[in-house]
Design a binder for this molecule. Sequence first.
Ligand code: CP3
Length: 359
Amino acid sequence: MIDPSHLRNTPLTPSQPAKPFLDVLNGQRQITPPLWMMRQAGRYLPEYRKVRETAGGFLDLCFNPEFATEVTLQPIRRFGFDAAIIFSDILVIPYALGRSVRFEAGEGPRLDPLDTPDGVAALAREADFGKLEPVFEALRRVRAALDPKVTLIGFCGAPWTVATYMIAGRGTPDQGPARMMAYRHPDAFAAIIDTIVENSIQYLLRQLAAGAEVLQIFDTWAGVLPAAEFRRWSVEPTRRIVAGVRAKVPDAKIIGFPRGAGALLPSYVQATGVDAVSIDWAAEPAFVRERVQSQVAVQGNLDPLVLIAGGAALDRAVDDVLANYAGGRFIFNLGHGIQPETPVAHVEQMVKRVRDFRS
Ligand code: CP3
């Protein structure tokens, strides 16, 4: 008897898919694209809010392996996603470099600003990875608990995006303080970037050793840079991280997310050597198909706001994303992180629609 579940995800090569998400990164398009969501563990989930209350501060949650494991697994249990992303934050690197990092309720991250050459001269060059041991322990626990067909993602922030928070001490609308520092004090700025590059390579390698199977590099603020600065401060440091990781783990699978890169996406992909690129909701489909998806796998790009809106608008938007990209190597995701006010029922609606799709 033929089990129809075999037919559903038959890849376009003879082997059965052991892991739909990893298979896409290995070059095999899936008939039904694998699916996960950026920021899938978070405040839109009641079970997350409960653990968050018990844990105390946000960093206490990240650095408690039991809690971090639990919240990483929550969205997998609820929605059956194809990938779990370890619960942590991009700002754990500045923290391990000895910077003060705090998360204030409803206000986002607060760091001590690092915006003078003297300050940079005093910055530690090597992170204390002992401080991040709970993240590695959580990775080991999550991997042990996950169904083998679910892929475990580790991550870091791209140096440019991490630097914007280290320099300004907080999120700013257009990353003005970091852009200004790169113009006024290029050497000091480059020293911050170099420090983040070197430590991110070590951090990602340690995540792989602890059980991460894919790595994602989040460059949330790539889109605010002029083209030449984008190449220098976003593309080049990311290329060095990819090369540094692959020098030790040659087949490491890496996804880049240069949010807002737009017309610069093809050069980002070519120069960095990433295996896949995560695209935001403003990407132009024909351009991405021809210039990006022809080279690497694409991940994205539902507008997180339509997931809040729900209803027929959500169905249409999901169908558009699938029509645009599911003909090639594709991972269904949002164009940026899910927002806290998103109804869980809308996520269920999206998941069902993607799961019912065949290309
Ligand atoms: O589920 C997941 O995706 C894994 C966990 C994850 C978090 N942050 C948890 C988090 C990941 C991958 C990140 C990445 C991250 N962190 C980025 C890049 C991706 C993006 O979304 O742009 C950035 C820029 C940060 C820095 C950061 N952390 C900000 C600006 C904020 C405040 C904004 C907010 O949403 O509150 C955080 C806090 C944060 N990181 C939360 C979570 C779940 C919310 C904190 C809470 O629960 O109180």
